[in-house]
Design a protein around this ligand. Sequence first.
Ligand SMILES: [Zn+2]
Length: 303
Amino acid sequence: MDKNLFKMDKLTIGTIPIIDTHIHTTNVANISYEWSSACPELFKDWTIEQYHGDTNKLNICKGIFVEVAASTFEKETKWIQSISSNEKSIIKGIVAHVPLNRPFDFVDEYLNDILSEKIVGVRQLFQSETNLLNPFYLEKSYIESLQLLAKKNLVFEICIYADHLPSVTNLVGQTPDNRYVLDHIGKPFTQVNENTDNKWFDHMLRLSLNPNIFCKLSAGFMVKSKTLLDAKPYINHCIKLFGVDRLIVGSDWFFSRSLVEPKEWFEFLLEVFEENQFDNQTIRKIFYDNAIKIYSLKIDSPK
Ligand SMILES: [Zn+2]
């Protein structure tokens, strides 16, 4: 009898090819950051070399840079474009900050200015908006600028606290031609209004009914008071709602590294996928292939 029939090809986190879709880096000498005084402990240079050091036990093949709320966002985009232009750079996509709340003509011109193969998406943080009934991102002019992104084949990344979910569901439903990625599974442990009931489970169900939204299983929702065990039902809920084709993974390095290191995070995700009895091909898809499709990355699958 062929012994190989019984040989399980067990995946380990060190060998699975990963596209880390949520990497932040900084350059404090040349770029100003809105959060520099709110998070002084993080306000320093975080380089791609440090990222490689922190992830050297993982098989991170490619990465997506995500904007870091720079007030000098033009400089940030130019800088990351220049350092990622080196062929050896793992950064194969950039989610740039674009202030879509500025006049339409500015947004259109600015997008045309920065557009290159590497720019795959746009983000402008929604999370600190306190008006949940009429948030700035539901204004007609904002939606018109968002629709420009669909024409330019750019993803928009939604970064919110949990109680923004109903407004965001409204936005996603109104713009079916846009493609969205929900960062950090909609931050279930954090709300703008701490006093209201947290209905994350129900609200995520409604949001997921829109086929144009994808869910990023990234660590940016973790808070000091919660463990990975606490996070598990939330990840399982996302798996149930979004299915294996609409999930991607991200470390949220450097922001989340003091709460959960990339290796610990990706190991945890692998454990959850195995508990869901996903086969190896499905696991590889969530860790790698789905990101290529969602961001239209011009790269090949590893052998
Ligand atoms: Zn982040």
